[in-house]
Design a protein around this ligand. Structure first.
Ligand code: AMP
Length: 231
């Protein structure tokens, strides 16, 4: 049975950092739609040109484009045993389409990381990313604080994400509250759903996440047994 984790939460909730940890713990790939889009922008591809202004404005890229990006990514063989989605779905339309993509793959485990808005704004203004490898640093970044303004992993120069400036942060938080938060309503009755307190120290968040994943897997296994037993 595949392990299909969907991480939901406001920008700066720690989804990326925690998704990396789950990737290592469970040996399944992380799929970050934000990263895919930023790579496309850096590469100057057709997709990059289509989305760069939208990202810079802190708005959402269209459902059509995002669904196509994720469909293509989920068709690759490395997701046969599962995946961790970070940043998709962000709208109910995307969530419905993900359900359709999951036909025959087993259930998803949707996990929300909740963090209060003032804490989010503080984290995002402090966040820096490596211009070379994309590693993220902030109050809760990886160890090896970026004192010298250099990446602890590859030595690249640390920069602020273009969409981490005050005005764009406010826009992204607005988009989250208006468009993405309704996803919690969409998912919360599923037996695999969990909500985690993302305001805790990162190690505690990881512990809670792993407990939620284990609980979700147990539910999914029971469901699969039930399906088999049915005439
Ligand atoms: P993130 O790195 O997840 O914060 O994503 C950065 C930006 O990419 C977002 O502010 C959106 O402009 C765009 N983006 C990423 N994922 C999606 C998505 N699922 N739907 C729409 N836009 C997205």
């Amino acid at each position: 049975m595949s392990l299909n984790i969907v991480m939901i939460g406001p920008p700066g909730a720690g989804k990326g950092t925690q998704a990396e940890r789950l990737t290592r713990a469970y040996g399944i790939p992380k799929i970050s739609t934000g990263e895919i889009l930023r790579d496309a922008v850096s590469a100057g591809s057709g997709l990059g040109h289509q989305v760069s202004e939208t990202i810079a404005a802190g708005k959402l890229v269209s459902d059509d484009i995002m669904i196509r990006v994720v469909e293509e990514r989920l068709a690759r063989p490395d997701v046969a045993t599962g995946f961790i989605l970070d940043g998709f779905p962000r709208t109910v339309v995307q969530a419905r389409s993900l359900d359709a993509m999951m036909e025959g793959r087993g259930p998803i485990i949707p996990i929300v990381i909740e963090v209060p808005e003032d804490e989010i704004a503080r984290r995002l203004t402090q966040r820096r990313v490596c211009g070379d490898c994309g590693a993220t640093y902030g109050a809760f970044g990886p160890t090896g604080a970026p004192d010298a303004g250099r990446c602890a992993k590859c030595g690249g120069v640390l920069v602020q994400r273009k969409d981490d400036d005050d005005r764009v942060i406010r826009q992204r938080l607005h988009v989250y509250a208006e468009i993405t938060e309704p996803l919690i309503e969409f998912y919360h009755t599923r037996p695999t759903f969990a909500s985690i307190d993302g305001g805790q120290p990162p190690a505690r968040v990881t512990e809670d996440l792993r407990a939620a994943v284990e609980a979700g897997m147990a539910v999914a296994r029971n469901d699969a047994r039930g399906e088999k037993g049915r005439p």
